[in-house]
Design a protein around this ligand. Structure first.
Ligand code: MN
Ligand code: MN
Length: 449
C-alpha cells in the first residue's frame, strides 16, 4: 500500500489554491443548472465557442479549436479538436452534476397544525433521517406561463433558511421513529393571514410569493431543489480535507472541467462531459442514456469536415474514457463495511475501480487490462498518485456509474475519481490531496498518446 501522500508532498501551494476555487464552485453550484452555467462561463473565458452558434455561421472547425454544447441547461459537453482525425478516437472524461437531494413536489404547499408546509419528493439514494433538523436552502428555477424564468436561491447567506423537524428524544425513547419519504416536509411558516377565511397559514405564504410574481400554479413548471444551506469549508484540525454538499460527483466535474480548460492543441481530440440523472439511473433527456452526447459528437465531426455515419461509429469505438465518479473511502468509524486492504483510502490519490456493480459485479463495466496498462504508463510518467480500488467488502452493497453506457460504443472505459467519506450525506468529505491528484490525472489523461 502506498504511503499517505501528505508525508512528502511537493504541490502543497498549488493544491490549496486549486481547492479554494473548488470550494467556491461547491458553495455556489448546488444544482445541475448552476454547475452547467458556471462551467459555460469558465469555458467561454478559456476560448470555447458555442457549437450551436458556430453551426449557424457555417464556420468549420480545425485542430486546436474549442467548442461547447449545452443540453437543456443541465448537461454540458466541452471539446478541443485534436491533430489526429476524429476517427482515431477521443480522450474523454465524464462526470455527473446531479446529487442526492429533496425536490419540491409540483403541488408543494399544504397546511397542518398551524403551519404552512412544503411537500418534497427525494431524489437519489438518501438516508432520510440525515435531512431532518438541518439548515436547508432552495435552489432552482420557476418558469412562468409566458416563458419568463425566475432563478431561485433561498437560504444561503444571512437570511432565513428552511428546515425539516425531527421528533424529540423525549417522545421517541428508543430512537426508533422511522422517517418515511412522505415525512420529509419543510416548515415554511407559522404566520396566519388575518384576512383569509380558511387555510390562513398557507395563504400568508402564498401572499409572500405573489408579491414576488409567483402563483401557486407556477410550482408545476418549476425545478426546485432542497439542498443543505451553507458553504463548503475546510475540515479537520489540520485542514487537510473539504466538507461540502454534492461532492458526489461535482468533485469529478470540477477537476475534469479545469483539466480540459487548460488543454491546448492536443494530439487526440479531448472531451469533457457533465451529465445529469446519474443518481436515478442515467435516464431522461439529460442523462447519459440520452442521444445528446452522440449527436453532439456527430455535429462536431461535421464541422471538422469528417462526418459520416461510419466515421462517427469509429470515433466512438476508438475512444478512451475515464468515467469520473467518486468512490467510497475507508471510514474509520465503519471500517467493518470495507476491505481495508483493497478499498480506497484518503490521501492516496485518484482511485480507479476496475469494476463496480454488486452481487458478483452485476451491472459493472469491467475495464480491459490493456487499457489499464496504458493508463498506468501515462500516470506514472506524469507522476500522478493513484490507487487501484474496490468499493466496500464483496457483497456488502455496490453501485453503478455511467461507465457501462459509454462501453456500449465499444470504447475503453474505466471508473476513476475521488474517494469520499459519508457519500450521499448532506455534507460529504474529501481529501484535498486526492482532489488535486485527480485533477492532475485528468490533465495527464487528456495528453494520453
Ligand atoms: Mn456518483
Ligand atoms: Mn451517487
Amino acid at each position: 500500500m502506498k504511503t499517505n501522500l501528505w508525508e512528502n508532498y511537493q504541490n502543497r501551494e498549488n493544491l490549496e489554491e486549486f481547492c479554494k476555487g473548488y470550494k467556491v464552485f461547491l458553495s455556489d453550484c448546488k444544482t445541475e443548472r448552476e454547475c452547467v452555467s458556471f462551467a459555460v462561463k469558465q469555458a467561454e473565458k478559456h476560448g470555447f465557442k458555442n457549437l450551436e452558434k458556430l453551426m449557424k455561421t457555417g464556420k468549420k472547425l480545425k485542430a486546436g479549436d474549442k467548442v461547447y454544447a449545452v443540453n437543456m441547461s443541465k448537461n454540458l459537453l466541452t471539446f478541443v479538436v485534436g491533430k489526429e482525425p476524429l476517427e482515431n478516437g477521443i480522450n474523454m472524461v465524464g462526470a455527473h452534476v446531479d446529487s442526492p437531494r429533496l425536490d419540491f413536489k409540483a403541488k408543494p404547499f399544504f397546511e397542518s397544525q398551524g403551519f404552512c408546509m412544503i411537500d418534497t419528493h427525494y431524489y437519489g439514494g438518501i438516508k432520510k433521517y440525515q435531512w431532518t433538523s438541518q439548515p436547508l436552502a432552495v435552489h432552482g428555477v420557476i418558469v412562468k406561463k409566458d416563458g419568463k424564468k425566475i432563478d431561485v436561491v433561498f437560504g444561503e447567506n444571512d437570511g432565513p433558511v428552511l428546515s425539516i423537524s425531527d421528533l424529540l428524544p423525549h417522545l421517541d425513547r428508543n430512537g426508533t421513529k422511522e422517517i418515511k419519504g412522505e415525512d420529509l416536509n419543510l416548515i415554511a411558516g407559522n404566520t396566519p393571514d388575518g384576512k383569509a377565511k380558511e387555510k390562513k397559514f398557507k395563504s400568508y405564504i402564498l401572499n409572500l410569493l405573489k408579491a414576488k410574481g409567483v402563483e401557486e400554479e407556477d410550482f408545476f413548471s418549476a425545478e426546485l431543489e432542497v439542498v443543505p444551506a451553507g458553504r463548503a469549508r475546510d475540515c479537520g484540525l489540520d485542514g487537510s480535507m473539504i466538507l461540502g454538499y454534492g461532492q458526489d460527483d461535482r468533485v469529478c466535474a470540477y477537476t475534469g472541467l479545469m483539466a480540459i480548460l487548460e488543454t491546448e492543441n492536443p494530439k487526440y481530440s479531448v472531451m469533457n462531459l457533465l451529465v445529469d440523472k446519474e443518481e436515478i439511473g442515467s435516464v431522461g433527456a439529460t442523462g447519459m442514456e440520452s442521444r445528446f452526447f452522440e449527436n453532439t459528437i456527430a455535429e462536431i465531426m461535421n464541422l471538422c469536415g469528417q462526418y459520416s455515419e461510419l466515421a462517427l461509429r469509429r470515433a466512438l469505438k476508438n475512444s478512451r474514457m475515464l468515467s469520473s465518479d467518486v468512490t467510497a473511502a475507508v471510514d474509520p468509524n465503519y471500517a467493518d463495511a470495507f476491505n481495508v486492504e483493497t478499498d480506497a483510502h484518503f490521501a492516496k490519490g485518484i482511485s480507479f475501480n476496475k469494476f463496480t456493480g454488486s452481487r458478483g459485479k452485476s451491472g459493472a463495466n469491467d475495464a480491459n487490462p490493456e487499457f489499464i496498462a496504458r493508463l498506468r504508463n501515462c500516470l506514472d510518467t506524469a507522476k500522478v498518485a493513484y490507487q487501484a480500488t474496490e468499493m466496500g467488502k464483496v457483497d456488502q452493497g455496490g453501485g453503478g456509474t455511467i461507465a457501462y453506457i459509454m462501453a456500449k460504443y465499444g470504447m475503453d472505459v474505466i471508473d476513476a475519481g475521488v474517494p469520499v467519506l459519508n457519500m450521499h450525506a448532506p455534507w460529504e468529505i474529501t481529501s484535498k490531496i486526492d482532489v488535486y491528484e485527480t485533477y492532475r490525472a485528468y490533465k495527464a489523461f487528456y495528453d494520453l498518446k
